[in-house]
Every structure is written in C-alpha cells, then in structure tokens.
Design a protein around this ligand. Structure first.
Ligand code: DAH
Length: 339
C-alpha cells in the first residue's frame, strides 16, 4: 500500500510537470484527489490493514494529499502567470508605428451659405419653417394664385405623382401652410429642396434648393420689403453692395419685383461674372397678393405682407465663383475641400 501511495505521488507529480492548461489541471485534480480518485480508493482499502499499519498509512496518505494540493495550487498560479504573460505579449503596442489620421469632414458649400442666410434672417427676427417636398397641387399652384391652365405652370413643369400630388416646384407653398397655421405677425424663412423637370446642364438641375421668406403684419409695405432685403444683401455680400429693384410679374405677389445686387466681383463697373451688366439678379419678391392671403385664411383688408424667394445654388455659385451647378452634387472631395 505504501508503494501504491508512492507511485500515485510520483505519477501526479509527473503529470503536473507537463501541465499546459487549466483543463488538464482540473483533470489531474479529479484523477488523484477527487472523490473517486486514486488516493481515495487506496484509503478505502485500509480496512484490510492491521491496527499498527493503519495510522502510518493514514498519515502518509494525508501527507501526500496535502503535498499534492500544494503542488496543484502552485501549478495553478504558475498557469495564471503564464497566461497573463502571453496576453501581454499579444497585446503589445508598437508606439513607433505611424498613426491612423482621422480626416475631419467639412460643411458642404450649400450648407455653409444656407447657415449664413439663416443667421442673417434669424438676426432680423425671422423663424424657420419647413414644408413637405411632396406637395399637394393645391398648395404648389392653386393657393398661390396659379390656377389650372395658368401659363406660369409651364415654366414650372414638374413631376406629378398623381393628379393631386407633385414634387414641389418652389418653397412658396410653405407660405400658405404657415399662414393657415399661425396668426400675424408672421416672419418666417423656409429653406428646402425643390424639383423641376429640367435637363441637367451647367446651370440647371432637376433638384435644387430655394429659400423662401414671408412677412405678414398690419401695414407692411414695399418699403419694409426693400429695407429688409437690402440689409440682407449687404450682410451677405458686404456693406459696399448696392441693390436695385426691377418691376416683374409673379402670380402670388402684387406688385412684384426682382432684386439685383451690384456685382461683388467688379463692384458694378461690368465684368465677366455679371456679363458686363454691373448687376446680378438674386431673388424674386413682392407684396403678397390679396388672394394668396385669403387662401392662407388671412384677411387682406386688415393685413398685408411681403414675400421673397431665392435659389440657394445660384447664391453659392455667385459667392464663390462656381461655374457648374453639377459640382454641388458630385461629392468630389477635391471640390468640397475648398470651402
Ligand atoms: N417662387 C418663385 C420661383 O420659384 C420665387 C419667388 C418669387 C418667391 C417671388 C416669392 C416671391 O415668394 O415673392 O421662381
């Protein structure tokens, strides 16, 4: 029996020496020290021993158990240490490696100028309103005093979803939606995407952006329109800029005017950018037509208003001397990086 115990001890020691995983360690523990392990089965056989031998073998078995337990514990902590070292080795960082540069994006020039426009108008007490791009024919045309068969529908030939729904051709329908929902005084701008079935070229795109403006209050006059838009132009193009208004026609305003700004490139003497004119047209405007106020649920006997609309792409092209509208939508990083 003594011999049996010695050989269990030897075997276990050897197994522990070649250990490589926690699983193996556990297997060894079960095999030698477990309830059904080798040591236990030896102790079970002690009944056949003589009275004198029993305590001696018992003591020896206990010593071996303690000894093996210590060994197991030591092997366990050694394994832990080894695993930790391996992990550290794997996770080693080469601080001399070149870093990965994160490239920071920039605002698109359309957003850049739109933000500027918004700041200017918010500074004058305007709020921002939004409307749907899929618009009812009623808001896009009818309520803006463009009845069916009106020739103005031809210039704004658009995409019809069905008889009543179009992709809006301008941001002007937001005027009606705002008037329906709010009471004067109204002071809003409404930027957004608009659609026309135009062929793509350097100055046309079937999708582009406009910024609409609407002011409705008591006693709003052409003087308010001119003053507000002149301040706007000077803020955007510089205080040396001059503006002029030319009579025009829009179905939803009466009277109507187009506003020109003195050419920011030549200051008004005439150059390539203004095609020798000295002036550049930047927006349409006018006093809100009484019928349009009525469509918006506002009494034209009590209130009056002015409105304006401008193309965002046009503004940005002028401001930065961009010659092709398609550059805005191609997302060529070399173009976008310049702003
Ligand atoms: N809706 C016009 C267009 O798309 C722009 C416009 C002109 C808007 C005059 C207005 C305005 O509000 O008063 O060409």
């Amino acid at each position: 029996m003594k011999q049996q115990l010695e050989s269990i001890k030897g075997e276990a020691e050897q197994a522990l020496a070649n250990l490589s995983s926690m699983q193996e360690l556990e297997n060894i523990r079960i095999k030698y020290l477990g309830k059904k392990g080798a040591l236990t089965s030896v102790l079970r056989g002690m009944g056949s021993l003589s009275k004198e031998e029993r305590p001696i073998i018992g003591q020896m078995a206990n010593e071996i158990r303690c000894y093996l337990e210590d060994k197991l514990e030591a092997a366990k902590s050694m394994l832990h240490q080894k695993q930790k070292e391996e992990k550290l080795k794997q996770e080693v960082i080469d601080v001399t490696m070149p870093g990965k540069r994160k490239s920071l994006g920039k605002k698109h020039p359309l957003s850049l100028v739109l933000n500027e426009l918004e700041d200017i108008f918010i500074g004058m007490g305007f709020e921002i309103a939004e409307g749907p791009e899929l618009e009812l024919d009623y808001y896009n045309f009818e309520a803006l005093n463009i009845p069916e068969n009106h020739p103005a529908r031809d210039d704004q030939d658009t995409f019809y979803i069905n008889e009543n729904i179009v992709l809006r051709t301008a941001t002007s329908p937001v005027q009606i939606r705002v008037m329906e929902k709010s009471k004067p005084p109204i002071r809003i701008i409404s930027p957004g995407r608009v659609y026309r079935s135009d062929a793509v070229d350097a100055t046309h795109s079937p999708v582009f952006h406009q910024l609409e403006g609407l002011v409705v209050d008591k006693n709003v006059t052409m003087g308010d329109l001119k003053g507000t838009l002149e301040i706007f132009a000077k803020r955007l193009f510089g205080s040396q800029s001059k503006v002029r208004f030319r009579p025009h026609y829009f179905p939803f305003t009466e009277p109507s005017a187009e506003m020109d700004v003195s050419c920011f490139a030549c200051g008004g003497s005439g150059c390539r950018i203004c095609k020798g004119e000295g002036w550049i047209e930047i927006l349409g405007s006018g006093l809100v037509h009484p019928k349009v106020l009525q469509y918006g649920g506002i009494d034209p006997e009590v209130y009056s208003g002015f409105a304006f609309g401008m193309g965002l792409e046009r503004m940005v092209m002028m401001k930065y001397g961009i010659k092709d509208i398609r550059l805005f939508y191609e997302n060529d990083i070399r173009f976008l990086r310049q702003f």
